[in-house]
Design a protein around this ligand. Structure first.
Ligand SMILES: C[S@@+](CC[C@H](N)C(=O)[O-])C[C@H]1O[C@@H](n2cnc3c(N)ncnc32)[C@H](O)[C@@H]1O
Length: 268
């Protein structure tokens, strides 16, 4: 199975753009804070992999100035615009990166969908200059659980839906706790870890964040198809996520900021 067919959430699906934009609203603040730890990005060449709706590529392009560059890749780059950065239709699993001298690379919520995250991290590490930086961010889905106090029936339906989503992912070969393994994988790719941050929230159903989760559940049920195993449970999960009686803990996004050994890239 190639990665393009393995990926469960095609960017061409109805609702995909809203879902990607909602994801950015949840995650960008933390991502930008971590990228900010690198200091000025002026004049640097940056790579944004699996750029989705493009907000981080856009932010990076505002930081690098005229002397720098941003390359944003995606297997389905339908929401990326060439206006302020370069867009590349690219499969990070199977294709070579366009160059091997990036100063900064960022990849968020992409590795979990790939067959071989270890070799992809190795490929990204090889694309960095000595001293270049990688920010990699991935989920540990084991923290996605109902919060005590919600009505029993709601808890039951939510939990059945979450279990079905996670089982579906595992059946597709996804490592649902990949976030936890990131520090080891980054180390094994030959990079030196500077920081690790874990980001998890208590979420009320009906909130914008629950809206993101609901859109994800709807896209997944559509990808499975009516009548298929798991369709009913995941559709009910989507309904639960509208009910203000429900509270749950989110997945954990694990972020690792690391550098390739060697002299840091010269700044202008
Ligand atoms: C969950 S979205 C995350 C989007 C963005 N990184 C973010 O965090 O806002 C995953 C993105 O990775 C892209 N993607 C999936 N498989 C890919 C691959 N093999 N190579 C490049 N991009 C891929 C998808 O098209 C989608 O835009």
């Amino acid at each position: 199975m190639n990665t393009a067919t393995k990926y469960l959430y095609s960017n061409a699906q109805v609702g995909a753009r809203a879902r990607l934009t909602a994801l950015e609203q949840i995650e960008d603040k933390n991502t930008i804070a971590l990228l900010g730890e690198l200091g000025s990005l002026d004049g640097l060449d940056c790579l944004e992999i699996g750029a989705g709706a493009g907000s981080i590529a856009e932010w990076l392009s505002g930081q690098v100035g005229d002397a720098g560059s941003v390359t944003a890749t995606d297997i389905e780059p339908v929401y990326l615009s060439n206006a302020t950065y370069s867009v590349l239709r690219h499969d990070i699993s199977t294709e070579k990166l366009p160059r091997e001298n990036f100063d900064v690379a960022h990849i968020r919520h992409v590795l979990i969908h790939l067959d071989d995250p270890t070799s992809v991290l190795g490929k990204i590490a090889a694309s960095l200059k000595p001293g270049g930086a990688l920010l990699v961010e991935e989920s540990d889905l084991s923290s996605w659980r109902v919060w005590p106090g919600s009505p029993a029936k709601l808890q039951e339906e939510f939990s059945a839906g979450v279990d079905t989503v996670l089982r579906t992912y595992e059946q597709r070969g996804m490592n649902i706790t990949l976030g936890r393994a990131l520090p080891q994988l980054v180390h094994d790719a030959g990079l030196i870890i500077g920081q690790r941050k874990d980001f998890r929230r208590v979420v009320a159903a009906g909130s914008p964040e629950a809206g993101y989760q609901r859109e994800t559940a709807i896209q997944l049920s559509e990808a499975l198809g009516a009548g298929q195993p798991g369709f009913e449970e995941i559709s009910r999960l989507a309904e639960c996520l509208l009910d203000p009686g429900l509270t749950y803990t989110s997945r954990t996004t694990v972020s690792v900021l690391a550098r390739k050994p060697g002299r840091p890239a010269a700044r202008n």
